[in-house]
Design a protein around this ligand. Structure first.
Ligand SMILES: Nc1c(NC[C@H](O)[C@H](O)[C@H](O)CO)[nH]c(=O)[nH]c1=O
Ligand SMILES: CC(=O)[C@@H](O)COP(=O)(O)O
Length: 200
């Protein structure tokens, strides 16, 4: 039987310690959501991302994930530009550490974002419409912003399917682990591609 997860990336990513990663998650089916967020965070930390560079926000449901994803990316870019302004406004090298503008702490654009939701089929077509709109919206945001958006949305036909993919129960696998690794890989590669670098 084929593994339902990606093969490990062929290389390591030394830039991981400099990466800023966002996580935006829905608040439906929170037993699975909590496990998936933890799996993603643990994977990011294991890959070398610093805890202070992982920014987690929530939205009501998966329908709101595209909006939350888009606005978190925009907010991080606003933060980065105001940090640059603060830096230019710095008066002299003689300023003490305490004069460092607040925005010079860990601020900067997000290098990737993981959008996490758990949709479970009910008795109407609601599931189909939200699933379709959510995944297409997230794809568009990634392509429009050039910030890698990792698809962390489970579209399960049963609660058991959702739990199995959240690492809950016997022989279950937490897909959040894969999403964290994908975020580090795509963030690192996107940084290199943005500088015109290609693998030899
Ligand atoms: N049924 C599920 C939902 N439904 C809520 C919507 O996502 C949305 O928040 C609401 O319609 C208000 O706009 N959301 C999930 O994430 N998972 C579900 O199973
Ligand atoms: C994904 C959903 O919106 C679904 O869980 C709602 O259930 P129902 O279709 O029975 O209203």
């Amino acid at each position: 039987m084929l593994e339902k997860r990606p093969a490990a990336a062929p290389t390591s990513f030394p830039l991981a310690s400099t990466l800023r990663i966002g996580i935006v998650h829905a608040r439906w089916n929170t037993e699975c959501i909590d496990a998936l967020v933890k799996g993603s965070v643990d994977s990011l930390l294991k890959s070398g991302v610093k805890k202070e560079n992982i920014h987690i926000e929530s939205v009501p449901g998966s329908w709101e994930l595209p909006h939350g994803t888009s606005r978190m990316i925009a907010a991080s870019q606003i933060q980065a530009s105001s940090a640059a302004t603060d830096l230019m406004g710095a008066t002299s090298l003689l300023d003490g550490e305490d004069s460092k503008p607040e925005s010079q702490t860990s601020s900067g654009p997000l290098d990737a974002i993981i959008s996490i939701g758990v949709l479970i089929k009910g008795s109407t077509m609601h599931f189909e419409y939200i699933s379709e709109a959510c995944v297409h919206g997230l794809m568009r945001i990634g392509l429009d912003t050039n910030v890698p958006v990792i698809l962390g949305v489970l579209t399960a036909l049963t609660e058991e399917q959702a739990k199995q993919r959240s690492g809950i129960g016997a022989n279950a696998h937490n897909h959040g682990e894969d999403w964290g690794a994908a975020a580090v890989e795509m963030a690192s590669k996107t940084k290199g591609w943005a500088e015109g670098k290609l693998a030899k």
